[in-house]
Design a protein. Structure first.
Length: 715
């Protein structure tokens, strides 16, 4: 269909193809103007929109920045009647919400990792800075108005809806999206409100939170008081991720979420302020730009998954942790792990297992220092207890004598003398020395000895060797099962092909693009926050677990899924994705094999050299332990002096290191005994390095052995 000719700045142009359609009108390409597009308003809106658009064009706002598609020229019909405006054509960009979830990101930004998202957040902040510098307020800030390119550059569109003032006349923004509207505007008539930068700062913070928290909305959580709408949660200041106001918000984040603790303190504080109760405290766009720049420069690289970059403030890889808890890898390595050739030549597991079995660890009893002194006298505590006992007996004897004499001399006071006599008997026959303090003293001395013994063998490295030996046994079993595991995984992959293909097909249909009655932008944001992004994610139990989604809403979503599922046709012919999936399984298998080889070789070397090193170190003894042994011997002698039994000695056994809690990285193979710590980022071993520059130049520190792949350090 041929589009009618229009005039731009009075010059005729022909409209090209329609490239967009919305509630206010349509957007067309312009022939012979490849960098421009024209927005044509609906007939009934032209009179209302014309004054603001003309004011923006007269102010030359389009020349102030390339980050915003401001109206650049007036578009009219042949008679000069207002139609709309010319703006910069933003091509090759997609709405920023396509970056949030892992599925839409995989489809539209397959190469984007977390660095990309942080850079996009930085660029969005800079774009909002430009808007405010132009004298505009966005007002209706939402992710549909923010477009992102494959280079993470950003462009803001729908600039004609911005609030703008010229020559004392205010041209307001009269619309807003609930999940981006600040608390103070919920329930207000937006057509009568003068928007401020503080309002934009709220919407910007929501967009940045979406980017950094993988599509989670800051107010999408479970309120302890029952299900409430997104609008109510925002209006009531129930920031689900708050660390400072948990008792006030009474809202918990969705499962599998990041935490504010995973970010640098200044970013966590910025989110607390942005979603707090004081609008004036919200960080400005310029502040967010600075924070995003700092975050971009402080990202760590995971040592296990090459596509994982995460805030260095997190104790370990954030995305490995999220994947372990939710089963969803936010940044999957689509090529699979790159197998590294394990050093050391050929690897004969049975020969190595035989070498391992031949290794004998030192007997702890032969390493522990022994005390050879003699105790010939009881402690002062025993003497004091005996003196006290004798004093009691003497006092009792005196009381008995006084009672007898008094009774004979003054029988009328018999009741008094009988009382004194009873007191004397109790004192004289009051029993032996109090035993409890001496039993407690021995128990304390024995516990002290055992604690020091454990510390001694820990310092020697024996506890480490015991742990390593247990690890090697586990690793050898795992290595022997590798081929069986590979065959099983490939068999499962083939058996589940139809299900996998069906899920891949359903993943094409994003809920955000669907038109489902009763499920608008806010509910879509809530679903995405709970990991329900496409038709494939819609399962009865998963939807019912989302706050605010009862049987009726669940039925609507299931019906929508079924309409797409019914169109699925299974094709059993193998395709490229099957090869890719099997290659990924084999690559994982190869990576596990090489990792096990490296760990087993390293551990075996430590076990072969460790016993001799431990024996040599043990000769240095431990003065504190010898002193504790002497004190225990004294406590035992005191018990014997008092005629009390000494508890039987319990043989000392080495306690291995405590196993890591679920979800933490497995222990790396050691490179030496009681030497290198583990990397705080990837879990690999570390080695001593010398700082070459900075304020610590010349000083030594622990650096990850996987540098430069991993930049983890310890002082």
């Amino acid at each position: 269909m041929t589009q009618p000719a229009i005039k731009i700045d009075g010059r005729p142009f022909a409209l090209g193809k329609r490239i967009g359609k919305g509630g206010e009108g349509e957007v067309f390409a312009v022939e012979n103007k490849p960098d421009g597009a024209v927005k044509i308003y609906k007939d009934e809106l032209r009179a209302k929109r014309e004054p603001k658009v003309r004011a923006m064009v007269l102010a030359d706002l389009a020349d102030t920045t390339k980050l915003v598609a401001f109206p650049a020229a007036i578009a009219t019909d042949g008679k000069g009647g207002f139609l709309g405006f010319l703006m910069r054509l933003v091509s090759g960009y997609r709405p920023i919400h396509e970056l949030y979830g892992p599925k839409s990101r995989k489809a539209h930004f397959p190469k984007a990792d977390y660095r990309f998202l942080v850079r996009a957040a930085l660029n969005v902040s800079n774009a909002v800075v430009k808007v405010h510098q132009s004298g505009c307020v966005i007002g209706d800030f939402n992710h549909s108005g923010v477009l992102v390119s494959n280079e993470a550059t950003v462009s803001l569109i729908d600039a004609d809806s911005f609030q703008y003032s010229r020559d004392g006349k205010l041209f307001p923004c009269v619309v807003g999206v609930p999940d981006f509207t600040p608390p103070e505007l919920h329930g207000a008539d937006l057509s009568t409100i003068r928007r401020t930068e503080a309002h934009d700062n709220f919407g910007l913070a929501v967009a940045i939170f979406h980017l950094l928290a993988m599509g989670k909305h800051p107010y999408a959580g479970r309120f302890a008081g029952g299900d409430i709408s997104m609008s109510d949660a925002i209006a009531q200041h129930r920031f689900a991720f708050s660390q400072l106001r948990t008792s006030e918000t009474r809202t918990t984040p969705p499962p599998g979420s990041v935490s504010l603790k995973d970010f640098p303190p200044q970013i966590a504080a910025a989110f607390e302020a942005a979603f707090g109760r004081n609008p004036a405290a919200r960080p400005s766009a310029a502040t967010w730009a600075t924070l995003m720049k700092e975050l971009e420069q402080a990202l760590s690289h995971c040592g296990k998954v090459r596509t994982h970059y995460y805030p260095s403030a997190a104790s370990s890889c954030l995305w490995c942790r999220v994947a372990g808890r939710s089963g969803v890898d936010m940044f999957p390595d689509l090529l699979g792990p790159t197998p590294q050739i394990a050093p050391g030549g050929s690897f004969d597991i049975e020969r190595i297992a035989a070498q391992f079995a031949a290794i004998k660890l030192p007997d702890p009893a032969s390493l522990l220092p022994t005390w050879s002194g003699q105790i010939t006298t009881a402690s002062e505590a025993v003497a004091a207890a005996n003196r006290a006992s004798m004093g009691h007996r003497a006092l009792g004897a005196i009381a008995l004598i006084a009672a007898v004499g008094g009774f004979l001399a003054a029988v009328n006071f018999a009741i008094v003398w009988i009382g004194i006599g009873i007191f004397g008997l109790i004192r004289f026959f009051g029993g032996p020395v109090e035993q409890a303090p001496f039993k407690t003293a021995y128990s304390d001395a024995d516990n002290r000895v055992r604690s020091l013994q454990q510390g001694f063998v820990d310092r020697l490295g024996l506890s480490e060797l015991v742990t390593v030996k247990a690890d090697v046994e586990t690793w050898i079993r795992a290595y022997r099962n590798l081929d069986h595991d590979l065959a099983q995984n490939i068999q499962k992959l083939k058996a589940s092909r139809e299900t996998r293909k069906r899920e891949e097909y359903l993943d094409r249909f994003l809920i955000r693009r669907a038109r489902i009655a009763g499920i608008g932008a806010a509910k879509t944001a809530t679903l995405a926050s709970y990991g329900i992004e496409t038709a494939a994610d819609i399962k009865s139990n998963a939807v019912r677990a989302v706050p605010g989604f009862g049987e009726a809403m669940t039925a609507k979503l299931l019906a929508w899924r079924k309409t797409h599922e019914d169109r699925f046709t299974y094709n059993s012919t193998p395709d490229a994705s099957d090869v890719q999936a099997e290659n990924a399984v084999r690559a994982n298998w190869a990576a596990k094999r090489n990792d096990l080889q490296t760990k087993i070789r390293s551990a075996l070397a430590a076990l072969q050299t460790g016993p001799q090193q431990i024996t040599t170190r043990a000769r240095n003894g431990d003065p504190a332990l010898l002193d504790a042994l002497a004190k225990r011997a004294q406590a035992a002698h005191d018990l014997k002096t008092l005629g009390l039994p000494v508890p039987a000695a319990v043989p000392f056994t080495v306690k291995a290191r405590q196993a890591p809690s679920p979800g933490t990285p497995p222990r790396p193979a050691p490179t030496g005994i009681a030497a290198a710590p583990s990397c705080p980022q990837c879990g690999s071993s570390m080695r001593r390095r010398t700082a070459r520059k900075g304020h610590r130049a010349g000083n030594q520190f622990w650096g990850c052995t996987r540098y430069p792949t991993c930049r983890g350090t310890r002082n």
